[in-house]
Structures are given as C-alpha cells and as structure tokens.
Design a protein around this ligand. Structure first.
Ligand code: URA
Length: 261
C-alpha cells in the first residue's frame, strides 16, 4: 500500500493549469455561485452562516449532519466584537481533506483519531492548536454506503466537489491570511500545488505558491495506518518540526494580526 492518500481524491477546480485547486481547467456547475457567495462574506461568522445553507453538492448536503467550516485561529475577530488583541503571528493554517464521521457529528475539524494524533504531533513540535487555523478542502463529509442499510463510510472527495468547495476555502484563506500553510494528505497538496504530485517527492521543504508559503506532508490517517514505525509518521513529525522552525524564523508581518472588518 502506498502512503500517499487514504482517499485518493484528485483536486481539480475551475481554473487554469498550475493554479491552486487543481491541475486542469474544469468548469463545474455551482462552483461560480459558491465563489460569489463566499467572496461576499465579510467575516468568519458570515462564512459559517452562508456555508450552512450551501447545497452546491446535493449528495453531500443530503447526507451531512453539519457543515465543518473549520477552526479559525484564536483571536480572529468576529463581526461586531470589540477590537481584541487579534491573531498571534506568524500564523499557520493546516489544511486537510474533508470531515470524517466524528467531524460531521461535532461540526469541528480533526476531532477523530486523525485529529487526536495531529494534536499530539503539533504539541510535540511546540505548536498550539488553538492558535492555528484548521481547515479542509471540503466542508462536508463525502460518504459511500458500503452495503444497503449499513453505516456510511468515508470516500475520497470527487473532483467536482473539490471544485465547488474551492470558493469557501479561498475566502477563509483570505480572511485568515496565514503566513504559512501546511497541507495534510494528497488532496490538499494537489489543491495548493495545482498539479499532480506525490507526497514523497514534495514533502520536507517550503514551496512558494502564488506568494504563499506551503509545506506539504502526509495525512495523519496515513501515519495511523502505517503505524508508529512507518514512513508517514516519521515524515509528518519531521515536517511539523520544519513548520515550527519556519514560523519561529518568520517576522510577524502584522503586529496586531487583525484581519477582519
Ligand atoms: N480528515 C481530514 O482530512 N479532515 C478532518 O477534519 C478530519 C479527518
């Protein structure tokens, strides 16, 4: 088994080659509407409210329990809130693939087994999860029913789903303005690098994509699957240390980190 991806989804979006969101031009009905609604959202709260109404992917909307918008970093101002201390910078955004069963139930990203491992590895690297934005390529859980009447299982995001959800992720990145992005798994790596990649070839270094710094690494579920002595665990641990090092060397580019309103 290759450690590249639990759900071998390709990330393809309505954009040109080499653009974040996928390697091929793909105009998907619904993607433009999502992008327009997302672009009008002026705060994280508005993204949450609008996302909850999103039915761009009818199958996902029909089977989801919640829309998992993601965790904003501590200090992101909410609409109408008095000015606070703001986000601590430099700021990291982690981007995974899609919610699983526990995330779908709770409405929060990375709270299942993969999330628990991620929390451990973040702490080990000296990174505080509360100060990190935690996002996914898809906001709704993609499922497949293994047998009639049986429990739903996770599946890879379909390229059209990735394309439709792209506007939400772009808007959240705009609001949060991360100084560094760390992608977890192949779907998110492909979304950012905009081409077909292998994690083995791309991990372990900092990529520059459209003025954004991006480190790609394995998904924690691959690390779980291959076990504590497997290559994905060692790579994930080492890449999160790299991320912590890059952040430590970065100069805060916004003293207050206030990015909204
Ligand atoms: N896997 C992901 O990619 N994201 C989550 O939020 C949970 C599991």
């Amino acid at each position: 088994m290759r450690p590249e991806g639990r759900r071998a989804g390709g990330a393809i979006g309505p954009h040109g080659p080499g653009q974040p969101g996928g390697p091929r031009v793909r105009l998907v009905p619904g993607a433009l509407e999502v992008a327009e609604v997302a672009a009008r959202c002026r705060s994280w709260d508005e993204v949450v409210a609008e996302s909850r109404r999103c039915t761009a992917c009818p199958e996902l909307a029909a089977t989801r329990t919640t829309v998992v918008v993601g965790d904003p970093p501590a200090g992101l101002l909410v609409a109408g809130a008095p000015p606070g201390p703001g986000i601590r910078r430099p700021l990291l955004a982690l981007v995974g693939e899609a919610p699983g069963a526990e995330e779908d139930r709770s409405g929060r990203p990375f709270v299942g087994p993969a999330g628990r491992l991620l929390d451990e590895l973040l702490a080990e690297a000296g990174l505080a999860r509360a100060e990190v934005a935690v996002l996914n390529v898809l906001q709704c859980r993609p499922t497949v029913s293994a047998r009639p009447g049986g429990a739903l299982a996770n599946r890879a995001p379909a390229p059209d789903e990735v394309a439709r959800c792209r506007g939400w992720l772009l808007r959240k990145l705009d609001l949060v303005q991360p100084d560094l992005v760390c992608t977890l798994g192949l779907t998110a790596a492909t979304w950012f690098l905009g081409r077909r990649v292998t994690l083995a070839a791309e991990r372990g270094r900092v990529h520059q994509v459209d003025g954004r710094r991006v480190v790609v690494t394995y998904h924690p579920s691959a690390a779980i699957r291959f076990g504590p002595a497997g290559a994905p665990m060692a790579a994930l641990r080492s890449d999160l240390r790299l991320v912590a090092g890059v952040l430590a060397e970065s100069t805060p580019d916004s003293p207050s980190g206030t990015v909204q309103q």
